[in-house]
Design a protein around this ligand. Sequence first.
Ligand code: HEM
Ligand code: HEM
Length: 217
Amino acid sequence: MRKILVWDLPTRLFHWLLVLCIAGAWITGENEAYDWHMRFGYAILGLVLFRILWGLVGSDTARFAQFVRGPAAIRQHIAELRQPGRMHPHMGHNALGALAVLGLLLVVAVQAGSGLFTSDGVLTDGPLVERVSGSTASLMRSIHLNNFNILLAMAGLHVVAILAYALFKRLDLVRPMVTGRAAVPGNMPGPRIVSLVRALVVAALSATTIWALVSYA
Ligand code: HEM
Ligand code: HEM
């Protein structure tokens, strides 16, 4: 076994900034601090857009084409989970984890996207509320208020699954998401890690797109 870089810095930064910003949006939403709530929301929209683009042009382990697999691979992973003992080391998301990644990105996007069309009916309007009819805005508000429970449930399941890998399979997924490094078999080739300059370009593009959307829409 040898330790190599499996998660690039942009993917790790994306993950932990997303967790921080969701906590921020939750706290500010519950306390009706909507100025900051919307700022956290815009940051989350930017992060999700960044991650989608990074899934197309980022390092190998960040690419959707590399980790999104078919039902056969998912069945095989579940069969492996059922066998006692440790997992075979793998690099990047496993076939089942890939579903969690897509599901989490989707619920987060729905949450932040619906927020753009949400109004508290008193002082705070999302930036796109005026663009849609009253009935669409009220539908978006109810999506915004209800989807948050789905988001919390999925994030909870995500953490429970990670704990289960640690407890039952002796597989620590958290440390690699922090340091980027994990142990893989000596003969397994490492992923291609692309340059940070590319990540900066993608991040600037994502931030500008969200800024333009909320400023000029
Ligand atoms: C993933 C990002 C987001 C999360 C997790 C989130 C979460 C929440 C939560 C939990 C509430 C309900 C607070 C309560 O119990 O009353 C709320 C309300 C609200 N959010 Fe968000 N939000 C997000 C993004 C956004 C965005 C991007 C906007 C607009 C730009 C926005 C605008 C609002 C507004 C206007 C309300 C008040 C609705 C009302 O109480 O009538 N949110 N949000
Ligand atoms: C709101 C809460 C959270 C959301 C929305 C979320 C979302 C995500 C997403 C989208 C990924 C895929 C990463 C990528 O490829 O870009 C991921 C992976 C991961 N998350 Fe979270 N996460 C949350 C909380 C947490 C927490 C609290 C932990 C710590 C226990 C955690 C640990 C991990 C780990 C270890 C992975 C990598 C799993 C693997 O090796 O396949 N997450 N998360």
